[in-house]
Design a protein around this ligand. Structure first.
Ligand SMILES: Cc1cc2nc3c(=O)[nH]c(=O)nc-3n(C[C@H](O)[C@H](O)[C@H](O)COP(=O)(O)O)c2cc1C
Length: 173
């Protein structure tokens, strides 16, 4: 993996464009995909990792600094989340879903975030990383630190890391 530049003036990280090979074996990723709570604390990237909490701005491929504080321990109730090199936190903006009832809105937000989490899981499998979805997020602690808008909700977190030596992808052998 290559080094990702951190702009010290703006605290923004400019991400490289996603590398999408011509042929991706979805079946291979599906076979390798599994939840794991045995993650190495090693960083995902060589070079300078982005620390603190960032908002992913997909259109501009940027990570925008939200907080310089280490918030990982609030992203799940199990100890391993505090040491993992990356925690993805999904925040749903309910104003983005129009023309649906309140009940449908919550239901569809859950479905949507489930699809996103599964995509992330398959990417992890493809990259040789391991992951675990966290519904048990400490929202009371995390929400004031992330400062979401009134219409936004923390929906799910997902722990990502390198597999602890010998702990994952037995099927690969
Ligand atoms: C909606 C959802 C919420 C989950 N929440 C947690 C959680 O809070 N903590 C945890 O350790 N695993 C959590 N998991 C992970 C499941 O325990 C895991 O998916 C299950 O062990 C099945 O393993 P697999 O993903 O390898 O098929 C969650 C999974 C889903 C789909």
């Amino acid at each position: 993996m290559s080094t990702i530049p951190l702009d010290l003036r703006t605290d923004e990280v400019l991400l490289p464009a996603p590398s999408l090979p011509e042929r991706v074996s979805l079946m291979q990723s599906l076979r390798l995909r599994q939840s794991s709570r045995s993650l190495s604390p090693d960083p995902l990237q060589s070079g300078v990792p982005a620390e603190g909490c960032h908002r992913h701005d997909a259109p501009t491929l940027r990570l925008m600094l939200v907080s310089a504080e280490d918030l990982r321990r609030h992203t799940g109730l199990q100890d391993f989340v505090a040491l993992a090199p990356l925690e993805l936190v999904c925040v749903t903006d309910f104003t983005r879903m129009r023309d649906v009832s309140d009940e449908e809105r919550t239901f569809l937000a859950g479905v949507d975030v489930g699809c996103i989490a599964q995509n992330a899981s398959l990417c992890c499998a493809d990259l040789g990383l391991v992951t675990a979805v966290q519904a048990m997020v400490d929202r009371r602690a995390l929400a004031p630190l992330l400062r979401p808008r009134r219409t936004q909700r923390i929906t799910l977190a997902q722990t990502v890391g390198r597999p602890e030596h010998g702990e994952h992808n037995q099927q690969q052998a």
